[in-house]
Design a protein around this ligand. Structure first.
Ligand SMILES: Cc1cc2nc3c(=O)[nH]c(=O)nc-3n(C[C@H](O)[C@H](O)[C@H](O)COP(=O)(O)OP(=O)(O)OC[C@H]3O[C@@H](n4cnc5c(N)ncnc54)[C@H](O)[C@@H]3O)c2cc1C
Length: 463
């Protein structure tokens, strides 16, 4: 049998190794800590949580809740250990971080088929007889990052993310917002895609008067910001500067940057507005939109307060807030195959945050999928894809979607769930609610369908 190794004993690496070992496949697991720490990890324990101790909601009508329940169906080690280390946190699954990481470490070390090697891996393994799962996370060591970037091309390898907020389309005020592409142009990526570029314009636009713009800039400048950790203090590229830092440079700078109104005629006034925020669809179903160029370091609570003063976003529901982090990740839709292996190095699969998912549980989920895919590869079987209509499928679609041309990491959120895979179930719901489907009902349905599909998937891959 081919040898298999996992690099990085974080959330993803532990899940991948655990999946393989529990299927009777021996694994070498490499971890550089404690002899070499990252800028954020402090211990030698596996799956150390470097910041918050929450794995977010368990509620089956939230996207993180759906994902965790699906992972549990597949036997996730992280969920088992989280339940052992859980502390009271209402609907959320929060843990005692030391107990959690200790439980993960003990479970991995107790597994006879996993051989732990405490050493840093400094270059991408090139032996084709060894299948490698690379799960070295957002703080992958510099030597290994350099080696990986050689295989992806530096234009598809990133050291920082620049994430804009995402809003639910149902919460937008379309009495104020208008639909138009700048100068009426079609989006080039759609010209060759299966998705129709006809009909509605792609962008939605939130028009500002001068007074609205001035008031918005005042709030933006006053908004409380996240203080970056020492290793996150960077000079930002012009193309991905936080919106509030742009306003620091001059009150009109955003108006000549992401808030520029040129080429956008508001059909209600027949004129270009004083400024505009553009909203770009986040998925093909257009159920979620991101605020273009609004990567930000404002605290989450502040983002809600400041961004709801954007005309048309008064009642906006934020599916994800914006952020900017030190983060190692690849341009997954361009550099990964369907089984998460590198297009330029088939013997190396990626897992966890480095693939372009964001968050503890999302990283663990992609670790588990990498384990499942690796098992299939060893057995020379086709990739066992999770169902499209599921949280796992939605997360994986984010990594695979070629229309995602401005690829940025994402945690699980309802904006990643496309409508099409759920169409049959939605049709039934539409009969019950012919006028408008209540949001809660839709989310409950997405959860039910996802869990049913994930249960079938789990049965298929666990045999
Ligand atoms: C500062 C910071 C704060 C964060 N806060 C949150 C949060 O609050 N909530 C949340 O959900 N997510 C948060 N994240 C994201 C979170 O880190 C990831 O979601 C998650 O830990 C990633 O899991 P992973 O398994 O991909 O990587 P990690 O958990 O980071 O695991 C990677 C492992 O690989 C090891 N490694 C690295 N390079 C090498 C090498 N060359 N050789 C051998 N081993 C190596 C590392 O030591 C580490 O143990 C944060 C990330 C950072 C950087």
């Amino acid at each position: 049998m081919r040898k298999i190794q996992v690099i990085g004993a974080g959330l993803a690496g532990c899940e991948a190794a655990h999946w393989l070992a529990s299927r009777g496949i021996p694994v070498d697991l490499f971890e550089m800590r404690p002899s070499r720490l990252t800028e954020a990890h402090k211990t030698g324990d596996f799956a150390e949580l470097v910041c918050s101790n929450s794995f977010k909601s368990l509620s089956p009508i939230t996207a993180p809740g759906i994902l965790k329940r699906e992972m549990e169906l597949l036997g996730s080690l992280a969920i088992q250990c989280a339940k052992k280390a859980a502390i009271g946190a209402g609907e959320a699954l929060a843990v005692d971080r030391d107990l959690f990481s200790r439980a993960m470490t003990e479970a991995i070390r107790a597994q006879p088929l996993i051989r732990v090697q405490e050493t840093e891996v400094t270059s991408l393994p090139d032996d084709p007889s060894v299948l490698t799962i690379l799960a070295t996370g957002p703080l992958t060591s510099p030597a290994l990052s350099t080696s990986l970037a050689r295989f992806t091309g530096s234009e598809h390898f990133y050291f920082y993310d620049a994430i804009s907020p995402i809003v639910d389309s149902q919460s937008l005020d379309m009495e104020i917002i208008f639909s138009a592409n700048r100068y009426g142009k079609t989006t080039r990526a759609l010209e060759e895609s299966a998705v129709s570029a006809e009909g509605n314009a792609d962008y939605l636009n939130c028009p500002f008067t001068k007074e609205e713009y001035e008031a918005f800039i005042d709030l933006l400048l006053a908004g409380e910001r996240v203080v970056p950790k020492n290793f996150e203090r960077v000079k930002h590229f012009e193309g991905c500067m936080p919106i509030e830092e742009m306003a620091d440079r001059g009150r009109n700078t955003p108006r000549f940057g992401p808030m520029k109104p040129v080429g956008l005629v508001d059909p209600r006034t027949g004129r270009e507005p004083y400024a505009a925020v553009q909203l770009r669809p986040e998925n093909q179903s257009k159920t979620a939109y991101n605020l273009v160029g609004f990567q930000t370091k404002l605290k989450y609570g502040e983002q809600g307060k400041v961004f709801r003063t954007i005309p048309g976003l008064g009642q906006a529901e934020f599916l994800r807030f914006g952020s900017m982090h030190r983060n190692t990740f690849v341009d997954a839709p361009r550099v990964l195959n369907l089984d998460l292996s590198l297009r330029n190095a088939r013997q190396v699969m990626l897992a966890g945050q480095i693939t372009g998912v964001e968050g503890y549980m999302e990283s663990a989920a992609v670790g588990m999928l990498a384990g499942i895919f690796a098992e299939a590869r060893l057995a020379q079987k086709p990739v066992p894809n999770p169902p499209e209509a599921s949280g796992l499928g939605a997360l994986l679609h984010h990594l695979r979607n070629p229309l995602n041309t401005d690829f940025q990491p994402s945690g699980i959120n309802f904006g990643l769930f496309e409508d099409a895979p759920f169409a049959d179930a939605m049709a039934e719901l539409r009969l019950r609610f012919p006028k408008k489907i209540p949001k809660e009902e839709k989310r409950r349905l997405l959860g039910e369908v996802s869990l049913k599909n994930a249960a079938e998937f789990a049965q298929r891959v666990r045999g």
